[in-house]
Design a protein around this ligand. Sequence first.
Ligand code: 5GP
Length: 115
Amino acid sequence: MATIFTKIIKGEIPSDIVYRDEQVTAFRDIHPQAPTHVLIVPNKEIATVNDVTPEDEQLVGHMFTVARLIAEKEGVAESGYRLLVNCNRDANQEVFHLHMHLFGGRPLGPMLARR
Ligand code: 5GP
């Protein structure tokens, strides 16, 4: 079954797409946690970081190039931003289609909540 992100990439579910090419699609998170909150998603379905293979190295590197482009476009490159990838239960991964969050537009605080 297609993931919700594949449905977005195929245009079957509406979303606010900010970037698209033959390898990745980037769109705004439906529940933004910062003024800029974009998800950078490979068009190919890869469930988690645990499923990334050496064949995916170019694709995963490309996700960073696209992150840089989006940060510039969103005007957060200079002020700073955070890239985050969740994997499985302890990271609260909700959608099992690899994606990189790009957060920016405000001071983001410490990396992890202290417990
Ligand atoms: P995860 O916890 O898996 O790293 O993050 C999944 C993200 O996908 C969440 O921030 C959630 O708000 C976002 N999300 C889930 N469903 C949709 C959707 O249908 N559209 C968009 N644009 N974002 C979604």
